[in-house]
Write a protein that binds this ligand. Sequence first.
Ligand code: ATP
Ligand code: MG
Length: 741
Amino acid sequence: MSQLLDNLNPEQLAAVTLPPQHALILAGAGSGKTRVLTTRIAWLIQNGFCSAQGILAVTFTNKAAKEMLTRLSAMFPINTRGMWIGTFHGLCNRFLRAHHREAGLPQLFQILDSGDQLASIKRLLKTLNVDDEKFPPRELQHFINGQKEAGIRPAAVEAWDDYTRRRVELYMEYEAQCQREAVVDFPELLLRSYELLERNEPIRRHYQARFRHILVDEFQDTNVLQYRWLKLLAGNGDEGCACLFCVGDDDQSIYRFRGAEIGNMRDFERDFKVPAVIRLEQNYRSHGNILDAANALISNNSKRLGKSLWTDRGAGEPIRVYEAFTDSDEARFIVEEVQSLVREGISRSDIALLYRSNAQSRVLEHQLFSSGVAYRVYGGLRFFERQEVKHALAYLRLIANPDDDTAFTRVVNFPTRGIGARSLEALQDAARTWNTPLYQTVPHLSGKPGTSLAQFVGLIERLRQETAALPLHEMVDHVIEMSGLRTHYKNEKEGQERLENLDELINAAANFNAEVGSGERPADMGTDTGTVLAEFLAHASLEAGDHQADAGTEAVQLMTVHAAKGLEFDVVFLSGLEEGLFPHENSILESDGLEEERRLMYVAVTRARQRLYLSFTQSRMLHGQVRYNLRSRFLEEIPEALTKWLTPPNPRRSFVSEPSPRYYNPGSSKPAAPSMPPPPPQKSRDLGGLSIGQAVSHIRFGEGVIVAAEGSGSDARVQVKFAESGAKWLMLAVAKLTPIG
Ligand code: ATP
Ligand code: MG
């Protein structure tokens, strides 16, 4: 027991051993917030303040939840079964499965990740004959999610104009479609749980009585609804109210764009009359120079709750700054440096390459790949979001829930089985008329469409019967085989990687099954085939939506700064420190946006333990265009004494040296940007009437946007970023690309 508290400083100790009460731990990066939260759980249980079942802890990612469970079991023998530790989405999923009836859902409801949700919205617009130029699906998705995240159902939306009224109708139609198909999107998981708790008094009382301690990590990034959900679970101050223990850092609030509400911290203090706000000021992660740089940087923000951080680890190495000519040059420098670090004995997994936007990873990946350095990219397209994996999952989803029209449409003709667009339209018309799911409509369809569709339904029925008694991984294997997916990718020229991913899916199922077998899964979840399959599918959807990294493997870690939150690495390379990129151009013109970018930069810098590299380039190819950027203002905000330039500093390219209207920032007291020579015009190419940025459609890959081009005449190739299947280089003369929009 004393061991548990041995390695804590006095403030951490005070936080961990607070008597049962509400508390807010407000502290900077690397000060041990997550460690305090985990230790507090162990301490509460060990001292009999609460049983393991009485704890509810919310983490930022599934990975963090797992780590917390592992750390807890390492601290003392504890049965982590049945402990409610997870992300908001994960916990709500579990809650809704346990009370699906009361929540108005079938037991085996499926989860739509954000890609599925978009597909579902597109399908809805088509069914209703709505012009998707007037109501772009992505915008509608954003609108719907925004309402849900604020806890607002269609009937409660205040709509003053026709356009909004129409959007609200579509929101309502979308809800009806989801309900019909027994699917639930991410924000719905939370909203449904919230509504259920709010309306169902016995259930509410049950959970309020059960959870005595609710602990929340990364509290600064909770949104309005999440906070209300926590409040409801905690109870509102009657006797028997649970203790809320929240840890956070206002300087690391980076999800404002998704509705995160920093005001939650102040509300929490007020709503719960929090008696204890504890500050932790010692940073255990980073050397002094890195920490000083982070402190100096964030001091440029005006909206802060204010705190300081110190370390006794010594100044350590200076921060290395590198100016490259081009992005390839930058990538080459980074990879060479990585290689020499690895030669010195640093493990690849202790090295992270961070960037502001996913699009920046390509050139780094290319360089790593050609140099034979093992790497792993997080964010972007994660495993469960890949096309082939989603196809396989769609078959499984249909087996679990034939009413899932999103899954039905995805694979009814994949691999191709001669079901044309006409047949599908006939089916959709009939389904609309009878108000039945597509699957159930098939038997009522006559003629040729009826026959081919009936064969598909027959296939799914057969798969369900054949796999009913199989363990999960054999079921997945069987489905991949019998659906024809394996043969399809075997015959595809570049299908090797896709086949490997399908095998990986079988492995994932085997691991999942092993967890069930070992009793690692919560006791309140079933173990019959149907339930395990539904749980596995939920797991896949939740993982796909999880934008944080898994820091484990022996590979260099690549990720966006957002995904790096909460993690730490010995060596961090932060590339692309250019105006327009970081800070991002969308945020540069308003001071709130700029402050959020600066917090993001603060998160990036504070990920490094020992060594930090900052780099920028004079020109960069991004989204198919060469951009000439100034170096980021954030570089200027780091005191010179902390840095060491690996290339001669070039004052002419500094952000603060000359005024320019281009990046004039009305909200900032900083001098404005220097004037820039206009970028040289891009060489115009003969792209057969197409241009970079043009939306196109391809017979096999679907819709996409041209992002790059090379060669000319009959050799011209374009790179198209397809919505479904990612980026591909295509020969213009061969690929039939039809311009759209
Ligand atoms: P972030 O704001 O980035 O999420 P955090 O405040 O949650 O950071 P932790 O991740 O808990 O910080 O801790 C940072 C590092 O410092 C970890 O490696 C942790 O093990 C270590 N650490 C925390 N407290 C102590 C301590 N008292 N003694 C030694 N190491 C510590
Ligand atoms: Mg943390």
